[in-house]
Write a protein that binds this ligand. Structure first.
Ligand SMILES: CC(C)(COP(=O)(O)OP(=O)(O)OC[C@H]1O[C@@H](n2cnc3c(N)ncnc32)[C@H](O)[C@@H]1OP(=O)(O)O)[C@@H](O)C(=O)NCCC(=O)NCCS
Length: 415
């Protein structure tokens, strides 16, 4: 008899993913997304799955259970922004062991959502009528997505959150249908979104990689484990972050400022060309996304001093997580940097990212995260990132791709 086969973590995840895709999805099976049933039944053409017109869309919001009401959230208003912040702080995404929960700062939420051309109507809240307390939220922002050789107007959907007290009552599908209705009424029929969970059907799956910057704290809070048999001092030495004097960049590095935007915009657009999935930004959007905001987004350019030309840039955003299990330490947060958009021409991506890591450590981050999308494989191992157990699945709503993409075909970073 053969012994019990031992599957690796990633094999188990792969099997879980297949199970999810082949099981019944009461909601998603009714939506214009690729499901295994549809896949088997017919040959779908690449592109839009279901074609509708504004006249097919109801002007009335979806009904909510008695005692609840819809509320568009004006994030420019301090009080309403705080309500969203608090809902997310207490109820948003946790890791699989419930040790950490994202704690998106208010300024971050505003940066992510109050983008050029935003619509308050796409910041959808659900309140309890009597108390007006916010119990659920979902957001959309307008984007232009380039999928292979087509440019498609879409909504980028994010921050889907239902209060813990209201879970598993099928409120999430109502939120998704309501935001779809509001988006459709503006003649937009596609959406882009990411999730840690598997639903029908990812177009690609990316993996998170982590570079420790504050080794002891990450072990104390349970983010990392000390490799068995290894003394802390040795591990710290292995993970030591280089000094700034050990970063060799050609050109002068400084924070990005407004007058750089025209050049950075051109660099970014040209650089993204090679990816199968990317956003078509306007210059105004690039300015909004990349100009530094303290505690939110950090961007640096490398300038050729003779030509006064920007040759490269690197950026990362700050998304702290609350530490939920405080055993044997008293840290309430980990300060996490996430790689954002980076472009290299004169320098290697490896050297640029070495700069980013050293800078992130200098500014006080505990860990630097990056997905294995874009060209990130060029630096992950060399810069001592380790592969995490978190996945990020990318999805398109009402758009069929005849083949899945590889994670390195993806040029989009969603926050
Ligand atoms: C995600 C969340 C809103 C789902 O709400 P819920 O109360 O657990 O689930 P509901 O009973 O309302 O709805 C279940 C349906 O939503 C779907 N669903 C769950 N999570 C989803 C997600 N992240 N994106 C899209 N659909 C999702 C389920 O697949 C299910 O549909 P199905 O029957 O077709 O499979 C809720 O769990 C939550 O707020 N979690 C913490 C924050 C979070 O993870 N947000 C998503 C970030 S991508």
């Amino acid at each position: 008899m053969m012994g019990q086969e031992k599957l690796s973590f990633h094999e188990r995840k792969q099997i879980e993913k297949l199970k999810q895709l082949y099981s019944k999805h009461d909601f998603w099976d009714t939506q214009p997304v690729l499901t295994t049933a549809k896949q088997r039944g017919q040959e779908l053409k690449e592109g839009e799955i279901v074609h509708k017109q504004i006249k097919d869309i109801s002007n009335e919001p979806l009904p909510l259970p008695a005692g609840f009401e819809w509320s568009s959230i004006d994030l420019a208003d301090e009080k309403q922004a705080t309500e969203v912040y608090e809902l997310l702080r207490e109820n948003y995404v946790e890791d699989s062991e419930n040790t950490f929960r994202f704690d998106y700062p208010i300024d971050f939420i505003r940066w992510a959502l109050l983008v050029p051309g935003y619509k308050v109507d796409w910041f959808v809240g659900v309140r309890v009528s009597k108390t007006q307390k916010l119990f659920a939220f979902i957001s959309g922002i307008p984007i232009k997505t380039r999928v292979k050789d087509k440019t498609v107007k879409m909504a980028e959907i994010n921050f889907l959150c239902v209060h813990k007290k209201l879970r598993t009552k099928r409120l999430a599908p109502v939120l998704i249908k309501e935001i779809t209705r509001r988006v459709n009424l503006t003649n937009v029929w596609q959406a882009l979104y990411t999730a840690g969970v598997v639903i029908p059907t990812p177009i690609t799956t990316a993996t998170y990689w982590h570079r420790s910057l504050n080794v002891k704290k990450l072990i104390d809070v349970g983010f990392n484990q000390l490799p068995s048999g290894m003394p802390m001092a040795r591990y710290q030495k292995m993970q030591k972050v280089p000094k700034m004097s050990e970063v060799y960049l050609i050109g002068e590095v400084r924070p990005l400022v407004q007058k750089d935007i025209a050049q950075v915009y051109k660099l970014l657009v040209t650089y993204l060309e090679k990816y199968q999935l990317k956003l078509r930004f306007s210059e105004q959007e690039v300015s909004h996304m990349l100009l530094p905001r303290d505690g939110v987004i950090y961007s640096y350019v490398v300038e050729n001093p003779e030509k006064k030309q920007i040759t490269d840039f690197v950026s990362f955003y700050r998304l702290p997580s609350s530490v939920l299990k405080k055993v044997g330490h008293n840290h309430d947060h980990i300060n996490v940097a996430y790689s954002y958009y980076n472009v290299n021409t004169d320098n290697s991506l490896l050297e640029l990212m070495r700069f980013a890591i050293v800078k992130a450590k200098e500014v006080g981050f505990d860990v630097f995260n990056a997905l294995d999308i874009q060209d990130n494989h060029e630096f992950l191992t060399e810069l001592k990132f380790s592969q995490g157990d978190g996945y990020l699945h990318y999805y398109l709503y009402n758009w069929h791709l005849s083949q899945d993409l590889g994670s390195s075909d993806v040029g989009i970073v969603l926050v």
